[in-house]
Design a protein around this ligand. Sequence first.
Ligand code: AMP
Ligand code: TRP
Length: 327
Amino acid sequence: MKKMLTGLQPTGVITLGNYIGAIKQMVKYQDEYESYLFIADLHSITVPQDPTELSKNIKSLLALYIACGIDPNKNIIFIQSENEYHANISWLLECNTYYGELSRMTQFKDKSKKQVNFTSGLFTYPVLMAADILAYDADYVPVGVDQKQHVELARDIAIRFNKKYGDTFTIPEPLISASGTKIMDLVDPTKKMSKSSDNQKGVIRLLDDVNVIRKKIMGATTDSEMIVKFDPINKPGISNLINIYSAITNMSISDIESKFSTSNYGQFKREVADVVIDEITKIQNKYNEIINSDTLNEILDNGIKITREIAKKKFEDMKHKMGFMRV
Ligand code: AMP
Ligand code: TRP
C-alpha cells in the first residue's frame, strides 16, 4: 500500500472551506493509503505564538479532525514536536539544501515581507517540512496549492541526497485535489473563504455557534436576479451556496437547480443553512464528546510510539551514510 502523509498547522479554527476542500478528501484517502497525519506545531512557531493558546489549539485541532471523520484506526496520528527526530533530520537536510533554493520559496517571500523582524526558522521552514515527509518515505503528500513548491523542494532534496549518499529516501509527490470545490467568502464571494479573513461574517468556522452560522448564511451576498442558477461569473454568491449545498448533500448542481427552481433566495438560503447546520452539529457533538476524554491521549501515545521508531531508523541511516559514526 502506498504511503500518504500530511501535516496540519495548529493555527486558526478550521473553516467550512477547509472541511469541504481538504478534510472530506482526506477522509476518502484514508481508505486508499497507509496514512500518517500529524500536527505541525514546530512549523507554527516560525511566526510568534502564545504558548498557552498553542497547546490548546493543538488539542482542539486534533479533536476536530477526528470529529470530521479522520479515523484513528486508519491513520497514524501524532504531534511533530513529540518526535525529536524530525528536527534532527531537518538539520542534516539543511546542510544539503542551498540558500538560493530557500530564497526562492514564494511563501517565505510573502511572509517575510509582512514582518519587520522574522526568524531564521521562517526561512528554513521548508527543510523541516522535507524532513517530515522524507522520514516516512511518503509517496504522496496532500497539500493546498500554496504548499506545492515546498513538496517539490522536498523532492529535490531527496534526489540530491540519494545521489550523494546512496539510496535513502522515497521521492514524494504532491497530491493536489482537483475535485475539491473552492468555497468562497459569504460576504465577498469573489474571494476564497479563509481562516485569516478580516470580516468574520463571511467565514463559517466549524466551532461557530449554530445560530451564528444560520445568520451568516441568511446574510450571504447574492444578486438581484432571484433565480437559483449556477453561474460563478455573474452569480458568484448563489453559485457558492449551490457548491456548499452540493458538497454536503452530494446532490449534483443540476439537481439542485431543479429542486429550487421555484424557490426564492430566502427559502434557498434556509435550506442551505439547514444542511450545513445538520452536518456541523454532528461534528460539534463528536468534538465535545472527545475533547476532554482519554481517547486523544491514547491515540497520540500510539502514534508517537510508531513514528518515533520509523524516524529514528531513518535518522540513524542518514547519520551513518554521512559519516557520523565511531571508527
Ligand atoms: P489553509 O487553511 O489555507 O491552510 O488550507 C488548508 C487546506 O484547506 C488546503 O488544502 C486548502 O486547499 C483547503 N482550503 C482552504 N480554504 C479553502 C476554501 N475556501 N475552499 C476549499 N478548500 C480550502
Ligand atoms: N507547511 C504545511 C502547511 O502550512 C504543514 C506541513 C508541515 C506539512 N509539514 C508537512 C504538510 C509535511 C504536508 C507534509 O500547511
